[in-house]
Design a protein around this ligand. Structure first.
Ligand code: ADP
Length: 311
């Protein structure tokens, strides 16, 4: 199975261990844990590669040491980088993750400045690659431009809508109506007006929703609504004690795509994606806990909820 992931810019996560999460006016003690390559799309690419998919990243990187670190980490995970275009001065996205011993985290984003444009060579290259899934970590002009003409050649287009984008009044929800998988966490879903009583999650101006709207609910698990057949599915989360939840949503999305391509649907599919998300929370760093398919199967097989096998 072939997966392409749009990695718009390199991203570095700086981890700081804090004695407690600071509230306004508070002083807390911090210790630098390290700087790790991260970012939603690059995390997704690595998670999918660990699940056995042939993954190709496309996007931009610079010539600075942060860009080189990000590219090297993708290559070390067998993610193809020949479609990442190198342009000196490409801004690096930064995040600072404040983590305390209870596994709680706060994240400060330092967005890369400037507009992301498409490199003209990507369109042809993606057409030749013809990935089974093409994943965009955010939905914007580049995603819409690349997904539209190539849709017939790629089997599926997937994207994540982050809560900040979901809450923005100028986010164009209608442009998502032809996307196959839209991933939202609870916060993004509630910005969109989703509730358990309204699982289709479709804004009023969607003529027809994306093929599948997937809502992740942290420790509670996940659910999805399929607009093609009206099916809703849900699966509870796994009972784990999180060390660091950074990257859980990315691991979940990658596992959802890989297991969908492998033929899983409904609760068995969500259980495997939940297992990938739960395992991702078990280690420090955005990608350290990303699992193999075997580790996911072992967790699914071992889990019993209310005395019943999960799937
Ligand atoms: P995001 O990281 O995008 O905010 P979530 O926090 O909803 O997304 O996490 C994605 C998935 O990872 C969840 O649907 C769940 O399956 C799994 N997960 C996340 N946090 C936990 C947790 N504390 N315990 C068990 N599973 C978790």
């Amino acid at each position: 199975m072939k997966i392409a992931a749009f990695v718009p810019t390199p991203c570095i996560d700086r981890y700081i261990r804090v004695s407690s999460q600071p509230s306004a006016g508070a002083k807390v003690v911090g210790r630098l844990e390290g700087d790790w390559p991260g970012g939603v799309a690059a995390n997704f690419a690595v998670a999918a590669a660990r699940l056995g998919a042939a993954v190709h990243a496309f996007g931009w990187a610079g010539t600075d040491s942060a860009s080189e670190l990000c590219l090297a980490s993708l290559r070390s995970e067998r993610v193809g980088t020949r479609l990442i275009s190198i342009r000196a001065g490409t801004p690096v996205y930064g995040t600072t993750v404040l983590l305390n011993d209870d596994g709680e985290r706060s994240i400060i984003h330092f967005p890369a400045t400037g507009t992301v444009t498409a490199d003209p060579r990507w369109r042809g290259a993606l057409g030749r690659l013809a990935p089974d899934v093409c994943y965009f970590s955010f939905w914007g002009e580049v995603a819409a431009e690349l997904a539209e003409p190539a849709r017939r050649r790629w089997r599926l287009v997937a994207t994540t809508v982050e809560s900040t984008a979901a809450a923005s009044s100028d986010f164009d929800w209608t442009s998502l109506q032809d996307v196959d998988f839209v991933f939202l966490n609870d916060e993004a879903a509630s910005a969109l007006g989703w509730s358990a009583a309204r699982p289709e999650c479709a804004p009023a101006n969607w003529a027809r929703g994306p093929r599948v709207v997937v809502v992740t609910q942290g420790a509670a698990g996940s659910r999805y609504f399929s607009s093609r057949d009206g099916v809703t599915a849900q699966a509870p989360g796994f009972d784990v004690r999180p060390v660091d939840t950074t990257g859980a949503g990315d691991a979940f999305a990658a596992a959802f795509c890989v297991h969908w391509l492998a033929g899983f649907r409904a609760a068995p599919l969500l259980a495997r994606a939940n297992a990938a998300g739960a395992l991702a929370t078990q280690a420090l760093g955005p990608r350290t806990g990303f699992a193999s398919r075997q580790a996911i199967e072992e967790l699914v097989a071992s889990a019993r909820i209310g005395g019943e096998a999960v799937v």
